[in-house]
Design a protein around this ligand. Structure first.
Ligand SMILES: [Mg+2]
Length: 221
């Protein structure tokens, strides 16, 4: 298979939409949180083994994947009877920005692009991550799926996002590490789409068969 390496004409792009988790920030934080810390606390709470807890949780995660519930940490607090925001706070030191992200964001500012953060993350998580990192200041605006009422996997999200942010989809670049999200954005008509193949510093990147990809933002500079 020919690998799809992103060749994007930045001069034709006016608007840049960026996903947060896995794209700008290391997804290791989220993976560790849902696959390790939550099962550990869930096992303690229910007096079951870590393995059993993980098995039960994976079923629950799967069931809500791609929905608004999945993105809603208050939903998960209720569903699992655990204080999810407090647990995230506990490991905030693990939140990391991917290499060259800040340089890329600085370049976009310099080139006078309109830069938007477009995330499925809950506003409480967004808040935590903006406090821990220095990326918040680079965005003209930020929208969450919570606020739009739909996850990015659904076309309704994009209709509302366009109305709210006022981007021109023919002059827009969108980068995300989730292929289902990229597919919806592409069908909606976002012209330049890039898959961020290296989402976590600890997991081998999976290459998309459909979309051009980057491993690192230095490839777009
Ligand atoms: Mg992501």
């Amino acid at each position: 298979m020919k690998s799809l390496i992103a060749e994007i004409p930045l001069s034709k792009i006016k608007f840049v939409l960026l996903d947060m988790d896995g794209t700008l920030l290391d997804k290791y934080f989220d993976d560790y949180f849902w696959e390790h810390l939550v099962p550990e606390k869930y096992a303690e709470k229910h007096g079951i083994t870590f393995g059993k807890a993980k098995e039960e949780l994976l079923k629950k995660y799967k069931h809500h994947e791609g929905t608004l519930n999945w993105t809603d940490i208050d939903f998960w607090s209720r569903e699992l009877n655990l204080d999810i925001p407090a647990l995230k706070e506990q490991i905030r030191h693990m939140i990391e920005v991917h290499p060259h992200v800040e340089d890329f964001l600085k370049m976009l500012r310099k080139e006078k692009k309109k830069v938007f953060l477009v995330t499925n993350a809950h506003y409480k998580v967004l808040d935590l991550k903006f406090k821990k990192t220095a990326i918040g200041k680079y965005f003209d605006d930020t929208i969450t799926s919570c606020e739009m009422g739909y996850p990015k996997e659904m076309p309704e999200f994009w209709h509302k996002a366009e109305r709210r942010l006022g981007f021109d989809k023919k002059k827009t670049l969108f980068v995300d590490d989730t292929e289902d999200v990229l597919r919806t954005a592409k069908e909606y008509g976002i012209k330049y789409i890039i898959h961020k193949a290296k989402a976590s510093s600890k997991v081998k990147p999976k290459l998309s068969k459909e979309f051009e990809h980057i491993f690192d933002f230095k490839e777009l500079m």
